[in-house]
Design a protein around this ligand. Structure first.
Ligand SMILES: *Cc1c(COP(=O)(O)O)cnc(C)c1O
Length: 420
């Protein structure tokens, strides 16, 4: 459920008509709903009521906006970060260092050091090599790093190949069949406190079976590690729960996920950790856009050219992803159209042969379910500048990320004098 609904024929975010945001901030612009973020955060937490004291860390990469992170910090969420930049954001947004988990295959020396200095709660080590590097840094600075070993369970998440992370051929984690020996070796490093295992098999998962298979493998590994004398007090089960992008699409609910987790992890005797991203933020945002013009092309459907493009919302171009596309003030009439952006790439296509609300030049529309992996993937391709972001709260809203104009980006560039 989200708070983007029609009222008196006009799409609102909570109590704010989207027409108002378009007028005052311009388009394209992301609009997030605080109430929806809070609702999703609570639903996910409640779904884990069968788990004792779960640790929930929002996957910052899904939506790193500071205001969004603050909403989730206020809900008691920690952060799963994958770069020094995300770590800085989580801290700036008020997340407690001990509630921050640092994942990622390529943490640099300075990122590892920064995490140690900030006193973050857990490093998810993705290779034996990374473990030794972190151990050395920690020892040099008289610290011990709390760590989980991320394992690659070789499970097909049955999602888009670019967001599948738990197959043997993916770059993430250590192979399951080598995890026990690596864990034992890393446990003898003075700089490390090996305290558990972590797994994350992919994103936008539409069935629970791959997760269940992966968690069962983690359970067997925990038993093996303990049999070897290993210390295991934590298990991080990652994120990955899918969201419906298409009206009517079925996805496992957080409640079904929580029930499965409670069943599979019974008797593990660890603190469970979670890293949801998309399921919290996805349906809490829309990308608001205006139709520039409609262009006839042969006998086929018209091309409806909107002012948002693949640089603002990359998912359709990157993954062939579907986003529902709705008029802000629908007339009731429908049309079939190709929905495209202005960028000079055929990939800048949001939808082909889409049946949607009838729209003409100047009309406003939204791409729904754009709150996760939306603005965060924006670029300035075609010198279009960076899209603005807003957060609605009841009757009010705030601009939570300024539009960065193409001219401001150009200001960071220099033409060396020897080119004169
Ligand atoms: C991306 C990612 C997540 C979040 O995935 P969602 O599908 O958005 O829930 C969690 N953990 C790690 C390690 C990730 O890379």
């Amino acid at each position: 459920m989200d708070h983007f609904q029609l009222r008196n024929g006009v799409l609102h975010a909570e109590n704010v008509p989207l027409l108002r945001i378009a007028d005052e901030v311009g388009t394209p612009v992301y609009v997030y709903s605080r109430a929806t973020l809070e609702r999703h955060a609570r639903v996910f937490r409640e779904a884990l009521s069968g788990v004792e004291n779960p640790h929930i860390a929002f996957a910052v990469k899904a939506n790193p906006n500071l205001a969004v992170l603050r909403v989730l910090a206020n809900e008691g969420y920690g952060a799963d970060v994958v770069s020094g930049g995300e770590l800085a954001r989580a801290l700036a947004a008020g997340m407690k260092p001990e509630d921050i988990v640092f994942s990622g295959v390529g943490k640099t020396h300075s990122e590892l050091l920064r995490g140690l200095e900030e006193g973050i709660g857990q490093f998810n080590i993705e290779s034996e090599e990374e473990g030794y590097e972190l151990a050395a840094i920690a020892q040099r600075h008289g610290r011990r790093a709390a760590c989980a070993l991320r394992v690659n369970p070789d499970v097909d998440a049955r999602t888009h190949e670019k967001i599948s992370t738990g197959k043997r051929e993916n770059k993430f984690g250590v192979p399951l069949d080598r995890a026990a020996e690596i864990y034992t070796r890393l446990s003898s490093e003075n700089g490390l406190e090996m305290r558990g295992v972590a797994v994350h098999i992919g994103s936008q998962l539409s069935t629970l079976e791959p997760l269940e298979t992966a968690f069962e493998k983690v359970g067997a590994l925990i038993a093996e590690l303990r049999a070897n004398g290993g210390n295991v007090t934590h298990a991080d089960l990652g994120g990955g729960l899918g969201v419906p992008y298409k009206t009517g699409e079925h996805m496992p609910s957080p409640a079904e996920y929580g029930a499965m987790v409670a069943r599979v992890t019974k008797g593990w005797n660890v603190r469970l950790m979670f890293e949801p991203g998309r399921v919290i933020a996805g349906n809490a945002g829309v990308l608001l856009t205006r139709v520039i013009r409609s262009k006839r092309s042969g006998n086929g459907p018209p091309f409806v050219v909107v002012d948002a493009a693949m640089n603002d919302l990359a998912r359709p171009a990157m993954y062939g992803a579907w986003h529902d596309f709705d008029a802000v003030a629908p007339s009731g009439d429908k049309m079939t159209a190709h929905i495209v952006g202005p960028i000079c790439e055929t990939g800048d296509t949001f939808a082909m042969d889409r049946e949607c609300d009838a729209l003409v030049a100047g009309d406003l529309a939204v791409f729904r379910t754009a709150g996760a992996y939306g603005a965060t993937m924006a670029s300035s391709y075609n010198s279009r500048g960076f899209v603005a972001e807003t957060l609605v709260d009841g009757d009010r809203y705030a601009v939570v990320a300024d539009r960065i104009a193409a001219a401001a980006i150009m200001d960071a560039e220099r033409v060396p004098e020897w080119l004169d």
